[in-house]
Unconditional design. Structure first.
Length: 295
């Protein structure tokens, strides 16, 4: 997840602005195998000692993932909303739906924590781990820890909206490719000695889960921006170009004119953008070498 200037960030206004596009982009095709797995899980794994599914949402933000998913899963649910931002946790706690797809109760608690301490023991009794727009902000070590914790606990993971590095703008502009390449390099930057995965996150996650015996299913989940999403398109454009300029300062002069052209086209309703993402469902189980189903 990035803020308006392309840096990792969780500004509530940015999260609010993107929520509708996120909801429209997530791949509903992954819900059927997820429901089947949750329904087939033995009682100790499925219920974890509580009345219903136990779902831990990593980097929950304002609980947009919970608002999208809780109403699409049947049965009572207990959500653990985990984030390292206490301001966002306050919002998350008050914005979860109160009922599931079949009208049964949904409850939630918050957990102030980052991913550093996530272990299989901590996930004992958890039915499902979720995250949205998170994988590309992780390092390889952090991702390996998440995969190890989920597979060690036998816990499925639904990890949505990870960037792929592919963006399509219509109409095209000669500077599109240079800006896109610079932005992708920014997403893979080293920050505080930590190299972020950026667009490599889905491939790395797939390998990490499959290596640990999980079946992995991926589906595309692109943002489709333009028209009614013009406010989000404008905000995204400023962040996309800003991060590219930060990564490659030599682009500054050209990027200024580029951004102006793109914002003018956006304001005129002449610009559409597809920002490509991938959703990933990991289903731990007996060792299944090569168990990967691509989009």
């Amino acid at each position: 997840m990035t803020d308006a200037v392309g840096r990792p960030g969780f500004c509530p206004k940015w999260l609010e602005l993107r929520e509708r596009a996120d909801a429209a982009a997530r791949a509903p095709e992954l819900l059927r195998p997820l429901r089947d797995r949750l329904a087939a899980a033995p009682a100790p794994e499925r219920f974890g000692g509580t009345d219903g599914l136990v779902i831990r949402d990593l980097g929950c933000g304002t609980a947009a993932m919970g608002r999208w998913l809780a109403v699409r899963l049947p049965g009572p649910q207990h959500w653990v909303l985990q984030d390292h931002d206490p301001v966002l946790l306050v919002q998350a706690a008050h914005r979860m739906p109160s009922s599931a797809a079949d009208g049964r109760p949904v409850t939630a608690v918050t957990a102030y924590a980052d991913l550093a301490g996530l272990t299989a023991a901590e996930l004992a009794g958890t039915s499902l781990v979720t995250a949205s727009a998170l994988l590309d902000l992780l390092t390889r070590d952090a991702l390996e820890s998440v995969a190890a914790a989920c597979t060690g606990a036998g816990c499925p993971a639904l990890l949505t909206l990870s960037v792929t590095g592919r963006v399509e703008l219509t109409p095209a502009d000669p500077l599109d490719a240079a800006v896109s390449a610079a932005f992708n390099a920014h997403q893979r930057r080293t920050e505080g000695g930590r190299r972020l995965l950026g667009p490599d996150a889905v491939a790395a996650a797939t390998e990490a889960f499959v290596r640990r015996g999980a079946r992995v299913v991926t589906r595309p989940s692109p943002w489709r921006l333009g028209g009614p999403e013009s406010a989000l398109t404008e905000r995204w454009l400023r962040g996309w170009v800003g991060a590219a300029r930060e990564q490659r300062p030599e682009l500054a002069a050209e990027a200024e004119g580029y951004l102006r052209r793109r914002l003018e086209a956006c304001a005129a309703g002449e610009l559409t953008v597809a920002v490509h993402h991938t959703d990933l469902l990991a289903l731990p189980g007996p060792s299944l070498p090569g168990a990967f189903v691509a989009a």
